[in-house]
Ligand binder design. Structure first.
Ligand SMILES: [Cu+2]
Length: 145
């Protein structure tokens, strides 16, 4: 009944190991790796016209915002489509910026939002009703510079 090992030490070690792995992973992830998105041919446009804005397709539904969570810094044109039935909008807040579509989109409607995003972290959400609480809320990381 004596000398029973406390398992906690091992769990702490495991936790530290995972943090180190995550850190290494974050450092190694420097290459622009396009997040796999269904049917979004966003890469071709970048190669043909490096000077133009990055075009990002955004799909709004009940209740989710579908778009990449990471984008390169610079001019970005968000092509926003309401693929749901409710009214939706998109608001981007961070780094001193606070932009949204000038009017909410009805179901099926599209809108364009052009904005120059410096590197940093932004909150992207739908300002309509309680849609953000219900899931239309995400963090956008803008990289590079
Ligand atoms: Cu909404």
């Amino acid at each position: 009944m004596k000398g029973r090992q406390h398992p906690r030490g091992r769990f702490v070690l495991l936790g530290v190991g995972m943090v180190v792995l995550l850190f290494l992973g974050a450092c190694a992830g420097g290459a622009p790796e396009a997040p796999a998105q269904e049917g979004a041919p966003a890469q071709e446009a970048q190669e043909e016209a490096p000077a133009g804005p990055t075009v990002v397709e955004v799909s709004l539904t009940e209740f989710a915002i579908q778009m990449p969570a990471e984008l390169p810094a610079g001019p970005i044109r968000f092509e926003v489509k309401n693929d749901g039935a409710f009214l939706h909008n998109i608001r981007i807040v961070g780094q001193g910026l606070d932009v949204a579509l000038s009017s909410d989109l009805t179901g099926g409607q599209s809108g364009t939002l052009e904005v120059e995003l410096p590197p940093g972290t932004y909150r992207v959400y739908c300002p309509v009703g309680s849609h953000a609480q219900r899931g239309m809320d995400m963090t956008l990381t803008v990289t590079g510079g």
